[in-house]
Design a protein around this ligand. Structure first.
Ligand code: FDA
Length: 461
């Protein structure tokens, strides 16, 4: 067992952990980053699959994500717009394929009215929510005790309106069924992106991508940190002495024992219990962490010789709450002559197709894409399903959220440090919640708090 001495040890080399490490190094502190996997990036991962460059994890950048945009600028990374020229596709309950432009789906006039009304209502409520403290809303408890499905039912009887509005938060964001999360959780999701209207606007929320893939962010941050980043080091134990906090903390992986003044856990909260804490975490943390769970979605990549849908005047943007793949987009890489579609199969639909064989699943998913784009969609040259549910060090996608009632009950405590242990992750961000922008914000915040603690200790010493 090799022993290392440092100021702050960071567990997890995702966007959050590497941002925290970068900020601490900028302030002149020593850091060690321990990463379980044999690569950096966590939920950011650009893979080469049968000769196709695929962004297996997070990829899109929206214009409000200023922490991410600043980081991209600082790292000299270029962005490009998602292809969006032409008409979008919507598939109705009876399977009719309808082409449309703009954000409002081509649904019967009455349903359209209900959808517009719900968006206005949600925008009003979202404007009352502080994404940094949704639990502080005067009706937080009440809104956290009603599922988003039930809340939608109190607003309208129009099934198609409920399904579509539900889809923007459920299938498209939290990747849990609308009955499994609260109205307050839904409002946080929208507030973290500025408004509910922003979530409905695909051109806003899925605006740009990074040339070479968004994993460039953690890769470049890690390059700058050099030897401080240690791969293949799953942290097993964190030990400290509450009687003598000035003695610091020891963080132990299979090969390394790192002694530091502070430790930052920069991993999804659902993974905290993979680590043994000596002494155990307080009762509040033991309870609270059991009320956070990961969403679940399959990101499907289908690469074709050409972006054939563009020739049909289609943008590639497609939605249907009745389809297995509830949303799909043109995901062609910058400068690529081949065309790529990306589709998403969320929560209960993902459970269902994972019960099938790989061949049957592929067939079902491509069948769904063909409803949007025609028969040609059934014959990609490269096909790949991002399966984060099988990843030991993530266990779901896109991110973690509180179960019913958990946000009002525990939300305010999720970031609270325990002795020398601090927490940072996109899944506890306010602005940029569940996104890379939020991961960067939490990395910055925790670095500044760790610095303050180090300075206070220095002043005492
Ligand atoms: P992250 O999970 O990335 O990093 C945690 C790290 O800790 C991992 O590297 C893990 O291996 C490591 N770790 C865990 N346990 C450990 C242990 N015991 N010891 C050592 N290391 C340990 N966002 C966005 O902005 N735009 C988008 O388009 C998308 N789309 C998207 C698609 C898919 C399929 C996914 C899965 C996710 C997205 N996201 C996204 C979300 C985004 O990717 C995510 O919010 C951030 O990358 C999370 O960064 P963190 O650093 O917070 O956690």
């Amino acid at each position: 067992m090799q022993r290392i001495e440092t100021d702050v040890v960071i567990v997890g080399a995702g966007a959050s952990g590497l941002t925290a490490a970068t900020e601490l190094v900028k302030a002149g502190r020593d850091v060690v980053v321990l990463e379980a996997r044999d690569r950096v990036g966590g939920r950011l991962w650009t893979g080469d699959v049968d000769g196709a460059m695929l962004e297996i994890g997070g990829q899109w950048v929206s214009p409000d994500q200023d922490a991410l945009i600043e980081t991209l600028d600082e790292l000299g990374l270029e962005t490009y717009e998602r292809y969006r020229e032409g008409r979008n596709v919507y598939i109705a309950e009876d399977g009719e394929r309808r082409l449309f432009e703009g954000e409002i789906f081509p649904v019967p006039a009455q349903t359209e009215g209900e959808i517009v009304g719900l968006i206005e209502k949600l925008d009003q409520l979202v404007a009352e929510i502080d994404p940094e403290a949704p639990w502080a809303h005067p009706r937080a408890k009440e809104l956290d005790e009603i599922s988003f499905a039930e809340w939608l039912g109190t607003q309208t009887d129009d099934e198609e309106a409920k399904l579509n509005i539900g889809m923007f938060i459920a299938g498209a964001m939290l990747t849990k069924p609308t009955h499994a999360f609260s109205a307050l959780q839904a409002l946080l999701m929208a507030a973290s992106a500025g408004s509910f209207s922003n979530l409905v606007d695909a051109d806003f929320i899925l605006d740009k991508r990074v040339v070479g893939g968004l994993q460039q962010v953690p890769i470049r941050l890690a390059e700058r940190l050099g030897d401080a980043v240690k791969l293949g080091q799953p942290v097993r134990t964190i030990r400290w002495n509450p009687e003598a906090p000035e003695a610091g903390v020891t963080v132990i992986s299979d090969e390394l024992e790192v002694h530091a003044q502070q430790v930052v856990l920069a991993l999804a909260p659902i993974l905290y219990d993979r680590i043994s804490y000596e002494p155990p975490l307080p009762r509040l943390q033991h309870q609270m962490h059991q009320h956070v769970s990961m969403g679940f979605v399959i990101k499907v990549h289908a690469v074709y010789e050409t972006p054939f849908w563009r020739e049909q005047g289609l943008s590639g943007t497609a939605f249907s709450p009745y389809e297995l793949s509830h949303e799909a987009y043109d995901n062609t890489n910058h400068g690529d002559t081949r065309g790529t579609l990306v589709g998403f199969v969320s929560d209960e639909a993902a459970d269902e197709v994972f019960r099938l064989s790989a061949e049957e699943r592929r067939e079902r998913i491509l069948e769904s894409l063909s409803h949007y784009y025609g028969e040609q969609a059934k014959h990609p040259v490269v096909y790949y399903e991002s399966d984060w549910g099988s990843e030991e060090w993530t266990r779901g996608a896109y991110a973690a959220s509180f179960d019913m009632g958990g946000l009002a009950r525990y939300g305010a405590d999720l970031r609270t440090p325990v002795g020398p242990i601090r927490f940072a992750c996109s899944d506890m961000a306010g602005k940029g919640y569940q996104h890379v922008d939020g991961a960067i914000r939490m990395g910055r915040l925790v670095a500044s708090q760790a610095l303050e603690a180090l300075e206070a200790r220095g002043a005492l010493a």
